[in-house]
Design a protein around this ligand. Structure first.
Ligand code: KDG
Ligand code: MG
Length: 401
């Protein structure tokens, strides 16, 4: 069996997605997500110019060999663009292998370790009263875990709080600017979780995303102040380039920590995992080298009692979500999976058979990943430039977004 064609499709059914579709001489096809939010065309060009030419004629069964060829063969290792491109190829090859075997991909990964994939949804609103309504909507739909974000009094807009029906931070061709005050934020957040716990009791799992905005000692203070509300995790409390900074947070709080959505390789995770500085590692199929590399990260994490908590925002396409669910259902150290629903337009471009029921997502039972790209539908939604915002402190200093 040989790869005869490899198409890079950029489409924007509500937001931009990049997808790689591999075609084989036997007619079997495979898809992989290659979307890097705000930098989509960089990955599309990497694939088109440097990867597609070396794929034509290759044996699609050789997943590991192809991974090593693209990783070691490029000489320039790691980085979000490279690893997203490799992820797309890897994911598409697992899709093909599943179809050839006549099995859903999770069966090739060792079969089920659980009955369903526990997911968390996003409750967000400007005020605490409104966010309580959002949380109860998730509880009614059967969710067991909810991420809670609210506006901060005194700030014009806050990370994670939608201004429209569909949450979409990449909201303009040139970056919009947001404003941030650590003091106002730290003074507000504990009161939000006090209200949510009071209203929903101890059973509901609660999460919060700081989105890389604090210093280690500020994060330590926040973690400690949230301890009475027993969060499942506090996410990205600080930018994670300084991994030893997490030792300082750990010394002061037992609030569990989750990090990894911007990581792209096992080497980004190594110190945090092996020093047990985090409790959940949030790397994804699309940004961390595909199913092959993600499993390697999760296997390392399992040795250190670190569980998975894969990123699953709407800028990761249904192809990524389909692949993530095959990993989630099969690994021994699954923790939680983020799940934001895509728009109906996106679902129509990426027909899939994974589904939500009773607080769980269930992977497809079809051979392969159980997701496809409808290229005709995709062609109706041309690319639109869209970038993520830039964040500034109130005095104008550029801060982490
Ligand atoms: O592209 C960036 C988004 O995916 C990110 O801001 C969402 O932090 C995020 C999350 O946890 O879903
Ligand atoms: Mg996040």
């Amino acid at each position: 069996m040989r790869i005869t064609d490899a198409r890079v499709v950029v489409t924007s059914p509500g937001r931009n997605f990049v997808t790689l579709k591999l075609v084989t001489d036997g007619g079997v096809t495979g898809v992989g997500d290659a979307t890097l939010n705000g930098r989509e065309l960089a990955v599309a060009a990497y694939l088109t110019e440097h990867v597609v030419p070396v794929l034509i004629g290759r044996d699609p069964a050789r997943i590991e060999d192809t991974w090593q060829y693209l990783y070691k063969g490029a000489y320039w290792r790691r980085g979000p663009v490279t690893m997203t491109a490799i992820a797309a190829v890897d994911t598409a090859l697992w899709d093909i292998k599943g179809k050839v075997a006549g099995l859903p991909v999770y069966q090739l990964l060792g079969g089920r370790s659980r009955e369903g994939v526990t997911v968390y949804g996003h409750a967000n609103a400007e005020t605490v009263d409104d966010v309580l309504v959002e949380v109860s909507g998730y509880v009614e739909r059967g969710y067991r875990a909810v991420r809670v974000q609210t506006g901060v009094p005194g700030l014009p807009g806050t990370y994670g709080v939608s201004t429209s029906e569909v949450y979409e931070p990449a909201d303009a061709a040139l970056p919009t600017e947001t404003a941030w005050s650590t003091e106002a934020y730290l003074a507000h957040v504990p009161s939000v979780f006090a209200r949510v716990r009071e209203e929903f009791g101890p059973g509901l799992r609660l999460l919060h995303d700081v989105h890389h905005r604090l210093t280690p000692i500020e994060a330590a203070r926040l973690g400690r102040s949230l301890e009475p509300y027993s969060l499942t995790w506090l996410e990205d409390p600080v930018p994670a380039e300084l991994q030893e900074g997490f030792r300082l947070i750990r010394r002061h709080t037992t609030t569990p920590l989750a990090v990894g959505e911007v990581f792209n390789s096992i080497h980004d995770c190594r110190q945090l995992v092996t020093e047990q500085l985090v409790d959940y590692i949030r790397t994804t199929v699309v940004h961390a080298g595909g199913i092959t590399h993600l499993r390697r990260i999760f296997d390392l994490a399992a040795l250190y009692h670190v569980r998975s908590g894969s990123h699953g925002a709407t800028d990761l396409s249904p192809v990524c979500m389909a692949a993530a669910l095959h990993v989630d259902i099969s690994i021994p150290n699954f923790g939680l999976q983020e799940y934001m629903r895509h728009t109906p337009e996106t679902d129509a471009v990426f027909p899939h058979t994974y589904h939500f029921a009773d607080g769980y997502l269930h992977p497809s039972e079809e051979p392969g990943l159980g997701v496809d790209l409808d290229e005709e539908a995709a062609a109706r939604f041309p690319y639109r430039p869209a970038q993520l915002p830039v964040n500034r402190l109130l005095d104008g200093t550029v801060h982490s977004w």
